[in-house]
Design a protein around this ligand. Structure first.
Ligand code: HEM
Ligand code: HEM
Length: 181
């Protein structure tokens, strides 16, 4: 059994909160955009926006935590290209957790729509119509979903490979296992 240092509690909690938030919000977004306009679609869109804002809040805390704690050290003897691939994937995922919800907010702000988080006001309704902001938001929000899906699939496959092939504890470590030292 490999011996490795456990990840800190904030690293683990923030990873899974943001991961579930991103996957859940994206799934809801795809579902909502395929629905007919109507009250159900409107309610689900509001839930999508609220979950997106909450995920953004956790993602901001996580990025601050990552810069304070420093980069995670990789386990086992990964070749240099794999270390670069892992670091780039993690950087891209961290960036996506900020860019995707922010681009969603750009759509709402550009169209003058309010955003509430489960009843709490977050962005007020306005008369503003900032076309370039909503257009840019739409473009980024729509395009980012393909990048997100591709990178998350590659990331999850790498996590499975670490457990099944390398057996180095990388995935167990993100699930809270490991030693304290
Ligand atoms: C965790 C963060 C978020 C993720 C992963 C996410 C993901 C998505 C996805 C995958 C879609 C479907 C796009 C398509 O199929 O073309 C979508 C649609 C949409 N999202 Fe988000 N979203 C997030 C946060 C937000 C936030 C915070 C807002 C605004 C406050 C927002 C506003 C919208 C709007 C307005 C649409 C409909 C766009 C359209 O009609 O093409 N999203 N989102
Ligand atoms: C699909 C399920 C997922 C699994 C099984 C998974 C697994 C893992 C594992 C095992 C690590 C640790 C890598 C290491 O120690 O070197 C990790 C790190 C990371 N994961 Fe995931 N992950 C998943 C989903 C996601 C999602 C959806 C995101 C963001 C959109 C994400 C973003 C990250 C980031 C940024 C890191 C780097 C470490 C950090 O900054 O906390 N993961 N993931």
């Amino acid at each position: 059994m490999a011996s490795y240092k456990r990840h800190s509690i904030p690293t683990i909690i923030l990873h899974w909160l943001v991961a579930l938030g991103m996957i859940g919000t994206a799934t809801l977004g795809i579902l909502v955009t395929s629905m007919e306009r109507g009250p159900d679609q409107h309610t689900l869109m509001n839930i999508h926006k609220a979950l997106g804002v909450l995920t953004l809040a956790f993602a901001v805390v996580r990025v601050i935590w990552r810069t304070r704690e420093g980069k995670l050290e990789s386990l086992g003897n990964m070749p240099r290209w794999q270390q670069i691939a892992a670091a780039s994937t993690h950087g891209l995922l961290l960036f996506a957790t900020l860019l995707i919800p922010i681009s969603g907010l750009m759509i709402s702000i550009g169209l003058g729509y309010s955003v509430t988080v489960f009843g709490l006001p977050f962005i007020p309704q306005t008369d503003l119509q900032i076309e370039w902001l909503s257009d840019l938001g739409y473009t980024l929000h729509g395009a980012a979903k393909y990048v997100l899906i591709a990178v998350v699939v590659a990331h999850a496959m790498a996590a499975i490979k670490h457990e099944v092939v390398n057996k180095d504890g990388t995935t167990l470590r993100m699930l809270g296992f490991g030693n304290k030292y």
